[in-house]
Design a protein around this ligand. Structure first.
Ligand code: LLP
Length: 409
């Protein structure tokens, strides 16, 4: 078992074994995700140490690789699922139905049909409901199992406007209607919890302050509705992406949560996604072309926004490091690292100081384990990359050109 005491709070690119990564790239080609399953277990162990009594449910959407799900399950966490597809993956990876939450955000009919069918077949999962009429849709299907009500406390936090859910109208039951929805649910379902999620990538003082405000409001709502098995305060625990950022102090986060929820007679539940997997994977890519003036170098690489969307979508920062042994002796210059997609947004960095790149260089992008592979697409008819464990096991095959047209009729 992973020992949280021996496990650093963050793993930077420089902590990966460059020779090992290079060998894996030679064997499996690029672009390539490399995932360290031991690091997944360590991250789970550190969460467990900080939140010894909480229900921890891994937000499957961050990384759905079967081997990752199994590592999380082995570490004793449950699964939080955003769709029927995620519920299916969690059950297939061996999570007990009891440990599976289906967070139904505007759930499609087909998803409700599937999840209720699996519940009828014996998966005793919990459905987290964010709208009064979702309860009706469950009643119509004869569901009377566990339900958790998702509230919208009206305050969000997170690394980008696009991922702050706490205030966005599409999520949850508005605070002023929460009591009424609980009252309507209680006679028909086994109502076990109150849920709220502030947003993703909570990191830094401003976010932590907003998160406290969020927690205070959740505590108020929980006090109002009473009689709860648990209060689920969502995911959102951030990780440092830049090398000058410090990792969050998990114990301080835990203390803040305890303080704000103090006095409630309910277990704490949390749904961390990013924290579990972010620093457990790197993306390897090769430089195919170098051009531009000495101070405006562009390194064209074989990975693009189709493999890692976060920089294009959120202006997210990912550390980039050359894995070439001689790169330490090279001069640094401002480099734009760009993918092969026909969009100007398809860059991983612009004018970032890096060792002067050469054609054929192998580069690594750090902290891509969360929302990296998962947001990959086949835009520009680019097959999705492969994902290999650090131990060398193929987790997800590289898509082929034939896969691109497989569903066409
Ligand atoms: N619970 C709920 C209800 C969520 O919606 C999410 C994330 C989580 C838990 C997990 O949050 P985490 O611990 O990972 O912050 N694609 C974006 C992140 C979107 C997060 C969506 N919801 C990104 O790449 O930054």
């Amino acid at each position: 078992d992973a020992d949280p005491e021996d496990s650093p709070a963050i793993r930077r690119l420089a902590d990966w074994d460059a020779d090992r990564l290079s060998d894996i790239a030679d064997e499996h080609d690029t672009p390539l995700y490399v995932t360290d399953l031991d690091r997944v277990a360590e991250n789970c162990a550190r969460l467990r140490a900080a939140f010894p009594d909480a229900d921890l449910r891994y937000a499957v959407k961050a990384n759905t690789a079967r081997a990752v799900l199994e590592a999380v399950r082995d570490a004793g966490l449950g699964a939080e699922c955003a769709s029927a597809g995620e519920v299916r993956r969690a059950l297939d990876a061996g999570f007990d139905g009891d440990d599976v939450d289906y967070t139904a955000v505007n759930p499609p009919e087909r998803d409700l049909d599937a999840v209720v069918e699996w519940w009828e077949d014996g998966a005793d999962l919990t459905i987290t409901v964010g709208a009064a009429d979702t309860l009706d849709r469950l009643r119509e299907r004869g569901y009377d199992g566990r339900v958790c009500v998702r509230a919208n406390p009206g305050v969000g936090a997170g690394h980008h406007e696009k991922v702050r859910t706490g205030g966005a109208a599409k999520f949850g039951v508005p605070a002023e209607r929460v009591a009424e929805v609980f009252a309507s649910a209680r006679p028909d379902f086994d109502v076990v919890g109150l849920h709220a999620h502030a947003g993703s990538g909570i990191h830094g003082d401003e976010d932590l302050a907003a998160h406290r405000e969020f927690l205070a409001r959740v505590a108020d709502l929980a006090g109002d509705v009473g009689d709860l098995e648990y209060v689920n305060v969502g995911g959102g625990i951030g990780v440092p992406y830049r090398d000058d950022e410090e990792p969050l102090d998990l114990d301080a986060v835990a203390a803040a949560i305890r303080e704000e929820l103090d006095g409630l007679d309910a277990r704490l539940a949390l749904e961390p996604g990013r924290y579990v997997v972010a620093d457990a994977a790197v993306l390897l890519t090769r430089v195919n072309t170098v051009k531009g003036a000495p101070n405006e170098l562009v390194a064209g690489v074989d990975a693009g926004m189709t493999d890692l969307l976060r920089p294009a979508m959120y202006d997210a920062f990912h550390e980039i490091r050359s894995l070439e042994p001689d790169s330490v002796d090279r001069e640094e210059a401002p480099v734009t690292v760009a993918g092969p997609i026909c969009e100007s947004g398809d860059t991983f960095c612009e004018g970032r100081p890096l060792p002067v790149p050469e054609r054929g260089d192998l580069l690594a992008l750090g902290n891509v384990g969360a929302y990296g592979y998962e947001m990959a697409s086949t835009y520009n008819s680019r097959p999705r990359p492969a994902d290999v464990s650090l131990a060398g096991e193929l987790l997800r095959e590289r898509e082929s050109l034939a896969d691109l047209t497989r569903l066409e009729r």
